[in-house]
Design a protein around this ligand. Structure first.
Ligand code: ZN
Length: 459
């Protein structure tokens, strides 16, 4: 499969399979979770959901959004406050209020502490290790969340029976009591933030239709969140009494949502995007979708013309610059991509993953100045993206090019720790300790890593 968005997740999923033959062997063939990263989409979903998180008493900085590239409809919580959401679900929503309803429901599961035992076991794992665990699905009895899989935490009914083949998500299945609790929570968050429950009714009706039509291929959402007529009627009752029932989506949210869906179509389904967004449609989302679809289909010239047209009208849009940079970078034109990446970073200074993208391109264009600029950007990104394997991989590469063995070893220790490779992490952290100047922050980090690794339970 060609590269979609950033290559980060696919790369590390493949790596995971290579590293964990036992677990991978028990996963169903073709079962894999490809996490994708996109600064704009993550920012859009966060902007939509921050008021909900606040209403739920959750610290928005503590909640992570994980985008799963998967056409089926699903959203689930795994590992404390990490909400995984399928691109298929996002693309299926027709307006912001529908997606906000889904996010409010997931937030209700977090706030309610549902599947607490399983969540507690996953909480201490890195995202990478959670993916490994979910990928390994049925192997969990011997894995990191063994206690949950065998007990009442992972199954409604708590029978501890073995999971059916292909039921990757079944250990994330909520009980009907938890479903209705999450719905009631969602209704209250929507009410407190002045938003309508009607979008959720629309979404649940899609699901109801899917359930009737697709007998053999149920969307995993129906597995993780059992759908009952009571769920829909709860939202209908809420809508009947809500003063916000007919509150429309704001024009700003509508545009953000349309751009997000357009972008996903362009990247994931370029042929469908070309049909859905015709050339006659001169709207921003349509031109955005076509620019990306053209690039994905190899028509780089037309793609660049289209994105340049958008940039002429919106020269301060960081994401148009980012897409332009990616088009050039992915086509072997790293040097040309730098100006666009730099502009994107400048216009969206809080988006750490843009800094990582810039660093990747800089390291591909040789030269000590570029290597230094790359490392500088990676260092700035570490605060938000400390759990990002790709960041540490690039960091190791950058410091290695700058002939800094201490920092290279430290970055390799971070990589190994994220993968859960204890002895490798230990070795690199010890090497880093010897090479770095005692008392410096980097040396201290090496000590912290050694202590952290020693504190981890052995698998
Ligand atoms: Zn649910």
């Amino acid at each position: 499969m060609p590269t979609l968005f950033k290559r980060i997740a696919t790369l590390f999923c493949l790596t995971l399979i290579a590293l964990a033959p036992f677990r991978a062997a028990t996963a169903q063939q073709g079962q894999r979770l490809n996490l994708i990263r996109d600064a704009e989409i993550e920012s859009t979903i966060r902007t939509f959901t921050i008021p909900i998180w606040k209403a739920a008493g959750l610290d928005p900085n503590g909640v992570e959004i994980m985008l799963v590239q998967d056409g089926s409809l699903n959203a689930f919580v795994a590992g404390g406050q990490r909400i995984f959401i399928n691109t298929g679900l996002i693309m299926r929503t027709e307006r912001p209020n529908q997606l906000i309803g889904v996010m409010a429901h997931e937030s209700g599961h977090i706030a309610g502490g549902h599947l607490a035992r399983m969540q507690e076991e996953l909480r201490s794992l890195s995202t990478m290790q959670i993916l490994e665990t979910i990928l390994a699905g049925g192997a969990m009895a011997g894995g990191a969340v063994g206690g949950a899989a065998g007990g009442s935490g992972g199954h409604s009914g708590g029978t501890g029976r073995p999971m059916a083949p292909g039921s990757l998500m079944s250990f994330l299945k909520y009980t009907q009591t938890q479903e209705s609790a999450a719905d009631q929570a969602a209704i209250s968050y929507l009410q407190r933030t002045g938003q309508s429950p009607k979008g959720t009714i629309e979404f649940l009706r899609y699901m109801q239709r899917e359930e009737k039509l697709a007998i053999n291929r149920r969307d995993p959402y129906l597995t993780t969140h059992p759908l009952t007529p009571e769920r829909i009627s709860a939202f209908e009752q809420a809508a009947a009494s809500s003063p916000y029932a007919n509150t429309p989506d704001t024009p700003q949210f509508l545009m953000m949502h349309q751009r997000m869906v357009a972008k996903l179509y362009g990247f994931i389904a370029p042929d469908a995007a070309m049909q859905r967004y015709t050339e006659a449609d001169r709207s921003v989302p349509a031109r955005y979708a076509r620019a990306i679809a053209l690039y994905r289909k190899g028509a780089l010239g037309s793609a660049l013309l289209t994105i340049d047209g958008l940039l002429k009208e919106y020269p301060n849009d960081p994401y148009f610059h980012e897409v332009r940079a990616q088009m050039l970078y992915e086509n072997g034109r790293a040097a040309e991509s730098l100006a666009s990446y730099r502009r994107a970073v400048q216009l969206a200074p809080s988006a750490a993953i843009l800094k990582i993208d810039l660093a990747r391109a800089l390291l591909d264009v040789n030269g000590p100045d570029n290597d230094r600029e790359a490392v500088r950007n990676l260092e700035l990104a570490t605060q938000q993206e400390a759990g990002n394997f790709e960041l540490w991989r690039l960091m190791a590469s950058g410091y290695s090019k700058l002939n800094n063995p201490g920092m290279t070893s430290l970055a390799r220790a971070e990589m190994a720790a994220l993968r859960g490779q204890r002895s490798e992490a230990q070795t690199h952290a010890e090497t880093a300790s010897r090479q770095l100047t005692p008392g410096t922050p980097a040396w201290q980090r090496a000590q912290d890593l050694k202590a952290y690794i020693n504190s981890r339970p052995r698998k």
